[in-house]
Design a protein around this ligand. Structure first.
Ligand code: ADP
Ligand code: MG
Length: 477
């Protein structure tokens, strides 16, 4: 029958749903089920929608090439392999491509990296109008492991992501919205209390521990680290990063944005407009400091202020001097800044995701107040941002290295002036005012950034099975 599709006992295949462009498979009609030889097989997700995450080394001769895959679990099944051992395996559904034919198959996952073939095609995967010629190999066109080279530049495949949200407030609006947006898009988001994470540093593999267990691997981490635990939170975040997780905002960038002085230096170097700012260590220079900021009125700010708490307006030089004296007496780090009066107690919050401004709001201070922080009784409303304002917001976020940021801008007579860049901007105000699904935009951005290439593991020992077993009870068949 000339219309038959003939395959040999070994063939090049692709698994497009898993993002695997080339794998050498052994065709074995003696076996019923097909198998993929995977490692670090970790189940995740709720019992009614189980998922599994695993690593594949498609090229047996190049263990440094390691791809992260994940897929919905369709079943768990006892499989007896050719060496007679029975093992309970995860079963996933994926499409198989050979030459120009694509068809759905079932694959079991098993950790046997010593196998010469990373895939075994069993009877059930062989289609109806298909014939296996056991005496020939590679009848169909060859593929190449070179196809993995341009993976970093290609748009990653849509797959269920395992996302960790680092927060101490799992029930607040922002956390709940991010979890919802992740779920809507087919991902699993787990809330992790940053302050409860602990770390083992110095071993071969990077580990984050929680409640007596090693945490599993995450595709991405969304840090929402409170100002009160910045230093520790950033250490936890760096640890997650070294396990190979993509961090929505990297630790260094968050650190820079939290330090008003460093942030201003970085932004100034990039030519971003900002209120004239002065800083000194010695009390001898207080008078000159006030002059450098343009003379009274000036704003005096604690370097680590949030929610407007450490921000004071000094109307006169005398008032400025006494505030500075008081801050010095408390050993506080502060800066002195030109007061942008024409802003009229209002500032703009520009919400940046990736390279776009996805929303903006105008915050106006309460009566008799110059600080527009919502925590200080400020009111927010929708606003149309000018091109200059959008540009300055995007530049500020980019220069600090933040892919999600709330950039606060004053409207001054000289154009937009950046006040600060917030690395964990709240979602409630901005979504309420703009009626936009900003949480969804953040998750969408993550999807485009999580790379399939797992870090080379450099012979690091396998992860312990403790977490896997604890989790697998949730993954019913
Ligand atoms: P925080 O981090 O505590 O929010 P900000 O620098 O954002 O500190 O200042 C809080 C608020 O005070 C701003 O949102 C703005 O309304 C007002 N403000 C701060 N600096 C100035 C300034 N130089 N001129 C005018 N208003 C300012
Ligand atoms: Mg602020």
């Amino acid at each position: 029958m000339s219309s038959d599709f003939v395959i040999g006992w070994e063939e090049w295949v692709a698994l497009p749903d898993l993002g695997l462009p080339a794998i050498k498979a052994k065709v074995d009609t003696g076996a019923r089920t097909s198998a993929l030889h995977a490692s670090v097989i970790e189940p995740f997700g709720p019992a009614d929608r189980p998922q599994v995450r695993f690593l594949i080394q498609p090229d047996p001769d190049n263990p440094g090439l390691e791809i992260t895959c994940s897929a919905p679990v369709t079943d768990r099944r006892n499989v007896t392999s050719s060496n007679g051992e029975t093992e309970l395996r995860y079963v996933i559904a994926a499409r198989l491509r050979v030459a120009d034919r694509v068809w759905p198959i079932e694959v079991t996952l098993t950790d046997r990296s010593q196998m010469a073939y990373r895939m075994l095609l069993g009877r059930t995967a062989i289609g109806e109008a298909m014939v296996v010629d056991p005496n020939r190999s590679f009848i169909q066109p060859a593929l190449s492991f070179e196809d993995y080279r341009d993976l970093p530049r290609r748009q990653p495949v849509r797959r269920p992501l395992r996302i960790a949200l680092l927060t101490r407030e799992p029930d607040n609006y922002s956390s709940l919205r991010l979890a919802e947006a992740a779920r809507t898009r087919g991902h699993v988001l787990e809330m992790i209390d940053t302050s409860r994470c602990y770390m083992k540093i110095g071993g071969l593999a990077s580990e984050v521990h929680y409640d007596g267990k090693v945490l599993p691997r995450y595709d991405a981490v969304i840090p929402r680290i409170g100002a009160s635990i910045t230093a520790y939170g950033l250490a936890v975040l760096r640890q997650f990063a070294s396990t190979g997780a993509y961090c929505l905002n990297p630790a260094d960038a968050i650190g820079a944005s939290r330090d008003k002085l460093l942030a201003h230096q970085i932004l100034s170097r990039a030519g971003v407009g900002m209120p004239m700012t002065a800083f000194a260590n010695s009390p001898k220079d207080t008078r000159d400091l006030i002059s450098l900021a343009g003379g009274a009125p000036v704003v005096v700010k604690l370097l680590e202020s949030t929610q407007g708490r450490g921000v004071v307006l000094a109307e006169t030089r005398k008032a400025a001097e006494s505030i500075i004296d008081a801050f010095r007496g408390l050993n506080a780090n502060f800066l002195v800044q030109e007061f942008v009066k024409e802003a009229g107690g209002a500032d703009l919050r520009c919400f940046v995701v990736g390279s776009k401004v996805v929303g903006g709001m105008l915050r106006t201070a309460a009566e008799g107040e110059f600080r527009s922080n919502l925590h200080r009784g400020g009111a927010a409303k929708a606003v149309k941002l000018s091109k200059a304002e959008r540009d300055v917001a995007r530049t500020a976020a980019r220069e600090l290295g933040l892919s999600v940021a709330g950039v606060d801008i004053l409207r001054s007579a000289q154009g937009p002036k950046v006040l600060e860049v917030n690395s964990s901007p709240g979602l409630q105000g901005i979504e309420g005012v703009t009626k936009q699904d900003i949480a969804g935009r953040i998750i969408e951005h993550l999807e485009s950034r999580v790379r399939p290439l797992a870090r080379q593991r450099d012979g690091a020992p396998r992860r312990t099975g403790a977490v896997q077993e604890a989790d697998s009870s949730r993954t019913g068949t």
